[in-house]
Design a protein around this ligand. Structure first.
Ligand SMILES: Nc1ncnc2c1ncn2[C@@H]1O[C@H](COP(=O)(O)OP(=O)(O)OP(=O)(O)O)[C@@H](O)[C@H]1O
Length: 626
């Protein structure tokens, strides 16, 4: 038990007050005052001396005994004192060590570079965000705490001569193609389509399109997906990611169809979700072409794919639904509508892929994705692909996938090295006129980007006035206008397409010669996607970007680092912009939210925009907004 009385140190009793200390305190009965060794020795010696002086025999013996006793007592006391000293020494040492640690920490804190301090703050902020973010799983899975631990199994195996290679040989192959992987039991990279056991008719079809050898993301991504593993695939724009996720959907469908042919109301096996209608259509067309090649060969069953996007009449595809569908390529809104109305179901769906996955989650589609997942009855294989995938999204996705494999070709968010980037300072009022001059740099086709819909319309109008064959596409155009623009530009009927960034993600047009970024987007990721419409499948392209006083210093800094990373020429006005973080040393890594190299999390324009949107939503919800 702990006494409530304050602890007091006993003191020698005062000769004046007998049993009381000099402060009047009552002392315990067995109290023995402390007498230093030297004083005690003197006292005992004098006691002994007086006894020795006495003549009796008995007294001499007593004196010897006394001396021995005294020696022992002195020895014992010396030991006690030595132990006390040792204890004090130890305590001093410990105290000193604690003090040293404290001082060292204070010094380290003072020495810490601004970059390191920023990194620590970022880690705290990210951890907070992570706690606030729910796993990417359906509401039922979250509610029931359902979590799968094993990846899905498929019947696909790499050929034996690939399996017989050692892990070192596989790694050497990855290194050769600059493929970086993370995860357990990573399937081997396979540098030839034939070794991937892709059906011959598809190989022939690909050959016809000039696709003879897999690109690095395909070398590692296709075997990973064929093996049933969840994966995050990151590779620069135009590097062939689409094939890396459509081919596995076809292989899974073939396997299921071979087991039991699909009938009305059944399917899909594979679901591919895209952030824009145009991208969904493009992916669907590629997928359907491969399915057709199988059917036309006569050696494989018919596989049916369905395009499920807003703005189109689904009854046109009724006949596919009537026969059972293997692969659905969709945008989230229309897909949810079809699932909710029971026109489609995900009961047999085993394969879920999100293209431009970071954008899907960014664009507020996160809840939509959860609601799509809630229609799945069984475990699925989930794949996420993008050219830009900031760390935060990668981490978030990793938590939501089952034993995932990360396949990375180049830094996530890095620009395609096949794009020659030219950045020019053009005053706002001079942009339109300079645009005409700029169009002379290359022959068509050319794409011009602006994030402002009105500006897109203005540019198109100006170009038409100047006799340039231009079409325009942005989110406020009708579906017919959007389709017309894409079709006429793809077929070469029109030379120039003026587009808003959102409408352009992932679009693959034939050999775009030149991309003009008329207005630099705030987020560097958007810029990476925009310039990535050229320089695709190994060809070189040019991107010209206009910047001026309206471009924030932050964005210019992101741009400067991106150019440096891609070993591009950096104009004088960009060189002169200093990075306040660089002055404090420390390696600059991409912002975890948007991947920009020129700023940290706290200055991230994307995060600020997200917070602004959330704030606006809360204000509206509170009824205080309007
Ligand atoms: N192995 C290959 N060899 C040559 N060309 C290929 C290969 N794979 C795909 N391609 C072609 O490369 C072009 C770009 O492919 P794709 O659209 O899949 O790129 P991506 O990585 O998805 O780009 P983005 O990030 O912009 O969406 C397409 O025209 C495609 O047909």
């Amino acid at each position: 038990m702990v006494s409530s009385a304050p602890l007091r140190r006993p003191r020698s009793p005062s000769p004046n007050n007998g049993g009381e200390g000099d402060d009047g305190m009552t002392l315990p009965e067995d109290y023995k005052p402390y007498i230093p060794v030297a004083k005690r020795r003197a006292q005992m010696l004098s006691q002994l001396g007086s006894k020795r002086d006495a003549p009796s025999k008995k007294v001499v013996k007593t004196a010897e005994e006394l001396e021995k006793e005294m020696e022992e007592e002195l020895k014992e006391q010396a030991e006690v004192e030595e132990r006390a000293k040792e204890k004090a020494r130890r305590e001093r040492t410990l105290l000193q060590a604690a003090q040293e640690v404290k001082e060292r920490k204070a010094k380290e804190d003072a020495d810490k570079s601004a970059a390191e301090r920023e990194a620590e703050k970022e880690a705290v902020l990210l951890a907070e965000m992570e706690r606030a973010q729910k796993k990417l799983a359906s509401a039922q899975e979250l509610a029931h705490g359902t979590s799968y631990t094993e990846s899905l199994k498929t019947s696909w195996r790499p050929p034996h001569y690939i399996r017989n290679l050692s892990e070192e040989e596989h790694q050497a192959n990855r290194d050769k193609f600059h493929i970086i992987t993370e995860g357990d039991d990573i399937p081997p990279p396979i540098p030839h389509f034939a070794d991937m056991k892709v059906p011959k008719p598809i190989l022939e079809y690909l050959k016809g399109k000039g696709i003879k050898k897999p690109t690095p993301i395909q070398i590692q991504g296709i075997p990973t997906a064929f093996s049933g593993r969840d994966m995050i695939g990151i590779a620069f724009t135009g590097s062939g990611k689409t094939l890396a996720f459509t081919l596995p959907a076809i292989m899974q469908s073939l396997e299921m169809e071979a087991k039991l042919p699909f009938v009305r109301g059944e399917g899909p096996v594979g679901l591919i979700i895209c952030p824009s209608r145009e991208l969904a259509r493009q992916t669907y067309e590629g997928c359907q072409a491969m399915c057709n090649s199988l059917k036309e060969s006569g050696n494989y069953p018919e596989l049916r794919s369905l395009l499920c996007i807003g703005g189109i009449n689904m009854s046109d595809q009724q006949d596919v639904l009537n026969k059972g569908v293997h692969i659905v390529v969709a945008t989230p809104g229309r897909l949810i509508d079809m699932l909710d109305k029971g026109k489609l179901n995900a009961n047999n769906c085993k394969y879920l892929c999100m293209d431009e996955a970071d954008r899907m989650i960014d664009m507020g589609f996160e809840e939509d994705v959860r609601s799509i997942m809630s229609h799945f009855k069984y475990q699925r294989q989930t794949l996420l692909f993008s050219a830009t995938m900031p760390r935060k999204i990668q981490d978030f996705a990793q938590q939501s996938l089952i034993n995932p494999i990360l396949v990375n070709v180049g830094r996530a968010g890095a620009a395609n090295m096949d794009v020659i980037q030219e950045v020019e300072y053009v005053k706002q009022e001079a942009k339109m006129v300079y645009l005409l001059e700029c169009l002379q740099k290359t022959p068509p086709p050319v794409i011009i980007f602006s994030d402002n819909k009105n500006e897109v319309d203005d540019i198109q109008e100006y170009l038409l006035l100047k006799g340039v064959e231009a079409v325009a596409i942005h989110g406020s155009k009708t579906q017919e206008e959007r389709e017309y623009a894409i079709r006429s530009f793809k077929t070469g009927a029109k030379d120039v397409m003026v587009a808003s960034g959102v409408a352009s993600k992932g679009l693959d047009f034939n050999e775009i010669q030149h991309v003009i970024v008329y207005t630099m987007p705030k987020e560097i990721e958007d810029y990476v996607h925009e310039i990535g419409r050229t320089g695709r499948s190994g060809k070189t392209g040019i991107a010209t970007t206009f910047v001026n006083m309206n471009t924030s210093e932050q964005t210019l800094l992101d741009l400067k680092y991106l150019l440096m990373e891609a070993k591009q020429k950096i104009p004088e006005f960009l060189l002169s912009i200093d990075d306040p973080r660089a002055a404090h040393g420390g390696a600059l890594k991409g912002c975890p939210i948007c991947g920009g190299l020129g700023h940290g999390l706290q200055d991230c324009p994307k995060l600020q925009e997200e917070q602004r949107r959330k704030q606006a939503a809360t204000t509206r919800y509170d009824g205080g907004g309007y």
